[in-house]
Write a protein that binds this ligand. Sequence first.
Ligand code: PLP
Length: 394
Amino acid sequence: MSEQQHGHEAGQKTGFETRAIHAGYEPDAATGAVIPPIYATSTYKQDGVGGLRGGYEYSRSANPTRTALEGNIAALEEGERGFAFASGLAAEDTLVRALCRPGDHVVVPDDAYGGTYRLFDKVEKAWGLEHSSAAVSDVDAVRAAIRPGTTKLVWVETPTNPLLNIADIEALAAVAHDAGALLVVDNTFASPYLQQPLTLGADVVVHSTTKYCGGHSDVVGGALVVRDLEVADKVAFHQNSMGAVAGPFDSWLVLRGLKTLAVRMDRHCDNAERVVEFLAAHPDVSQVIYPGLEEHPGHAVASRQMKRYGGMVSFRVKGGEQQALGVCERAEVFTLGESLGGVESLIEHPGRMTHASVAGTDLEVPADLVRLSVGIETADDLIADLDRALGARG
Ligand SMILES: *Cc1c(COP(=O)(O)O)cnc(C)c1O
């Protein structure tokens, strides 16, 4: 990996914001273009048979716009190498097939992102990979779920969705490594600005770059960042062999998003804190769930491993499911919709929307729960909107 991709200069690591803007790309040698062009090309002219320019041969294997993104996100996560995919789930599938074989076992969160759970339960299981679930906030439960010798991956999200449970990355890395397994952290909710799992002992970071990394709700993408060259080689082989790569335009959008990640995340956090303060004082709100609150069971761990507590807020309302649905439908500045991490605020009812598929299982979420992805609009407008939506009890 080049110095440039790590954002090192004279052996010194530059700050996060500097890496976000410069790592992975030097202004184009021919034109000086400050931003990497969208290399809309499938193939590359060779200077004589096998005479590749910069190693580029065919765009499934490598494309310069994707290379820039991969170098950038690796620098932000302080990893050895980054890989960009067509979606978060494509990144996950590639990782699992690179590191596991039929007959192996993985431990997954008992409140995993629904699509991740479906991937393990319906796709990887049919391929012969076993899985069991554990609460990521409970280190002993994760340890107990490991099958020594057979468990290859311990997979966690932190914070989780939508209950914002916190996993202790450092402790779980030790638990996984004791059993000869690798720790994979889905860092989508925190983003690399708020939390860098590889620096805490994790082996692989997963992102749905669709969310905060892209940040503008205009692209679907995924990424992996690894700390170890042996793992990197396996992932690189499978990325090329399975082919679920990020295209050049999608790579360009995610790279543009990453340049402003730090300022966006700070505003997401500022606004989330204002919203939490408002909700906590509201008579019709029975519980506010946010890792920044002292009463949150993961608060101490979150304070250790996160820079701030993020832009996701969940809350429960008095008045049950009808009131929760009413709040979602009456909100106007908060757009009713799934997904998260964009500049615009979103509101949803997990029980009927993102988590409808887990109704009746252990993963069922409370019916009076509302989830917010707090955007970067004017905080007063967000609060006035929630006040109006909560006030009119329907
Ligand atoms: C959205 C999401 C994914 C899946 O990513 P896609 O880009 O939708 O494939 C995985 N994990 C988490 C935490 C997510 O929010």
